[in-house]
Ligand binder design. Structure first.
Ligand code: ADP
Length: 476
């Protein structure tokens, strides 16, 4: 049984939970201790107690620990990447790529620890000095989803520690192994007891306990809109800092003047890679009439040639869906889209492979309209729908017609349309001739509308969430 980490001690519990390989359900990866209320409260107490000292630790110490961890993750990228693919189901190249990115994030924030500055401002009053400094936010509760089991914990834990916060970390139930590995690396890198605590367990128990505890000063969460909304509501009495990254229904606009090969690459990558299980995946393909037939034909052909199989098998393009519940949800959305008048152009079939896994062929649904559920709700699977529009103006208006606003893309060779789209997209991230998913690790990440609440993640913008500003006045 892999233990919890509370106050610097590894702790087993009476109850354990197993994680299973979605490419091969007979492959049980490991078993993991499950925290209950008592363990979660102990973890919060430990983080609370460790804050006084860690918040005053030197930038050099934080740098050295984050750098040591980043270096080890990079050194072990193949092994951790394989574990990731085995546990979550994305293909090996993506698993290794995500691990490299996590290492880069730790190295970025290692250096960032040395860069925190303040301002000295002339006072409007004679002889008075004004200093503006940043201090850590306090105990940070980190709640993560299953789809990026290494990168998302990294992009929350690294800045939290970098800016002097202490952490209670609850990973998603489906992917404890990657989280455990990252925490083990950080622990061995020299973190003092209580600075980083790992509590694996149910969201409704462990996550909710963190949300209900007034000692948790800030919560950063990535997951569904429903859970995010609940965390926001339950956090209100505590007046705490919140950073919520939730769903997306990201549009990709294809204009008549697009380079067809680029558009097809961008659409297939953005919609279907990582089994479409990315909050930044393109799920609404908005295509102008002049290119519509050629685009749909070319995408369908590419999809038919993609290899859907075991995530660790060489040659696999698309791994399995993460679990039975998600697979059921994907199939239900495809069925609803058909009932509402969409045409399942290709894919959407359950596939049998050598191993028993959750295999679904990538689905392309054409002839859909903006009001259909498939264009309004997040599916989170290898499913994209096509809407045919007259021109750029209609495309922009359909793209913005969503409760979500995470990422949006356009394929065009026109500078005029590209510039206009960048300006008028109601999203946090916009891509020109690039997939809506796949972002850099050193620049802000986040969205608008119901996709996100609170300051951006990643890059130096992360300090907006992980620090609080103090203005100090001194008279001589
Ligand atoms: P998904 O549908 O992708 O699993 P969720 O929003 O259910 O998305 O889960 C994201 C994270 O939120 C997981 O770590 C989950 O355990 C956690 N979680 C679920 N319910 C709660 C809750 N009531 N309070 C806090 N965290 C929760």
């Amino acid at each position: 049984m892999r233990p919890l980490l509370i106050n610097g001690e590894w702790l087993t519990t009476s109850h354990a939970s197993e994680n299973i390989n979605p490419s091969d359900t007979s492959d049980v990866i490991d078993s993991f201790a499950q925290a209950g209320l008592a363990e979660t409260q102990d973890a919060i107490s430990a983080a609370d107690a460790a804050f006084a000292s860690w918040s005053l630790s030197t930038p050099q110490k934080r740098h050295d620990i984050l750098k040591t961890a980043g270096d080890e993750i990079m050194r072990r990228k193949d092994e951790i990447g394989e574990l990731l693919s085995r546990e979550e189901g994305k293909i090996l190249a993506e698993g290794i790529g995500e691990t490299v990115r996590a290492a880069q994030i730790f190295l970025f924030f290692a250096a960032e620890s040395l860069r925190l500055t303040g301002d000295k401002v002339a006072s409007v009053r004679p002889g008075v000095e004004v200093d503006i400094t940043r201090e850590p936010a306090g105990v940070v509760g980190i709640i993560t989803p299953w789809n990026f089991p290494v990168a998302i914990p990294a992009w929350k834990i690294a800045p939290a520690l970098c800016y002097g916060n202490t952490v209670v970390f609850k990973p998603a139930e489906l992917v404890p192994a990657c989280s455990w590995t990252i925490v083990d690396i950080l622990h061995r890198a020299g973190l003092p007891a209580g600075v980083l605590n790992l509590v694996m367990g149910a969201g409704s128990v462990v996550g909710q306990c963190m949300v209900d505890d007034a000692r948790v000063n800030a919560i950063t969460f990535t997951g569904s809109v429903g859970t995010g909304a609940r965390i926001a509501k339950d956090s209100l009495p505590h007046m705490r800092r919140l950073q919520l990254e939730m769903g997306g229904k990201n549009p990709l606009v294809i204009l008549d003047d697009a380079d067809l090969d680029v558009a097809v690459d961008v659409a297939v990558n953005g919609s279907y890679y990582s089994t479409g299980q990315r909050c930044t995946a393109s799920s609404r393909l908005i295509v102008t009439e002049g290119i519509h037939a050629r685009f749909v034909e070319a995408v369908a052909e590419r999809l038919n040639n993609l290899v859907v199989d075991h995530a660790l098998k060489p040659g696999t393009d698309i791994g399995p869906v993460v679990d039975a519940t998600q697979l059921e949800q994907d199939c239900a959305y495809i069925e609803t889209a058909r009932r509402e008048g969409g045409n399942l152009r290709t894919g959407g079939a359950l596939l049998k492979r050598d191993t028993q896994g959750y295999y679904l062929s990538p689905a392309l649904i054409t002839d859909t309209t903006p009001d259909m559920r498939i264009n309004r709700e997040e599916v989170f699977g290898p499913v994209a729908s096509v809407m045919r529009v007259r021109d750029y103006d209609e495309a922009l208006s359909v793209a913005n017609d969503s409760e979500f606003g995470l990422s949006a893309g356009i394929c065009t060779t026109s500078l005029k349309y590209a510039s206009d789209f960048k300006r008028k997209s109601e999203v946090g991230m916009v891509m020109v001739n690039l997939p809506t998913a796949g972002v850099d690790y050193h620049v802000p990440f986040g969205g608008r509308k119901n996709s996100s609440l609170g300051p951006r993640e990643q890059g130096s913008y992360a300090k907006e969430f992980y620090t609080t500003v103090k203005t100090a006045y001194t008279a001589p």
